[in-house]
Design a protein around this ligand. Structure first.
Ligand code: SAM
Length: 258
């Protein structure tokens, strides 16, 4: 096919995802607050605290080399740099924010100008597909993060393989993603909110029902906690398990490259 090893369906999915994030890039941060009632900020804060980036490591005096995949508008990357600098007093840690979508990266660049990392060599932006990170050498990264990104990837297992390749031995894979609510009553309430209210909010606030409908459906299709953990292990990582957030609406999965 024209798409090399990809099937037509995979190429269509990639285009659809690209369209969704191009449509919503400018309103992405405000809509996140609105739809999650601000809770995504607490999840992201908790995610970064649980990673504790920038801890001093005698074998790595240069600070951590971090890679935030599907980094979008930089929400995770700025938190990782802040934590490393302010909590662990490590101003040498660096991050590459990578995303497949140039509009989302542009929003990230714009936001970075309002932070202390504006034009800093500690912060780089890279346009790349998580399934093919050819710009990043093998065994070169201390921490790979992906937040609310992997469910959009066409070939998730391939992306996990790339995460494994670029991480150093001992390096950490950390993923924050929507997941499965375990309590059936809470699940019923949550489903009503997500399938009913979120596309409607998308329509009323930014005039785009379809993109938000896609986001809700992509959450529903993403593997549940146990299955996703199996995929991380299949890529070669040792996994300690996962942590459910807000009853399983989101979950943190981690893996260490042996
Ligand atoms: N990590 C950010 C956050 O937590 O706010 C942004 C998450 S946003 C919901 C999902 C991001 O995944 C979008 O910026 C989208 O462009 C990106 N994305 C989708 N498919 C991708 C792929 N194959 N490779 C890299 N990024 C991808």
């Amino acid at each position: 096919t024209h798409f090399g090893f990809e099937t037509v369906a995979e190429a269509q999915k990639e285009q659809r995802v690209a369209g969704v994030f191009s449509n919503i890039a400018a309103s992405y941060d405000a809509m996140n607050d609105f739809m999650s009632l601000g809770i995504h900020r607490l999840w992201k804060d908790h995610f970064v605290r649980s990673i504790n980036p920038g801890t001093t490591n005698p074998t790595n005096p240069q600070g951590w080399k971090m890679l935030d995949i599907a980094g979008g508008t930089g929400d995770i990357a700025f938190r990782l740099l802040d934590h490393s600098t302010l909590i662990n007093c490590n101003p040498a840690s660096k991050i590459i924010v990578s995303d497949i979508n140039p509009e989302m990266l542009d929003e990230g660049r714009k936001r970075s100008l309002k932070t202390s990392y504006a034009n800093s060599p500690r912060l780089e932006f890279l346009l790349a597909n998580a399934e093919n990170l050819s710009e990043i050498p093998d065994n070169s990264i201390d921490l790979y993060t992906v937040a609310f990104g992997i469910r959009n990837f066409t070939n998730k297992q391939k992306a996990l393989g790339e995460a494994y390749r670029v991480l150093k031995p001992g390096g950490v894979f950390a993923c924050l993603e929507f997941s499965g609510v375990t309590n059936p009553v809470f699940n019923a309430v949550y489903k009503r909110w997500s399938f009913g209210a979120i596309p409607l909010i998308g329509q009323l606030v930014v005039g785009d029902r379809d993109s938000y409908q896609y986001l809700v459906e992509s959450i529903e299709r993403f593997p549940r906690q146990e299955e996703f953990r199996g995929m991380i292990e299949k890529a070669g990582f040792a996994t300690p398990g996962w942590e459910d957030l807000t009853g399983g609406i989101a979950a943190v999965h981690k893996g260490v490259k042996p």
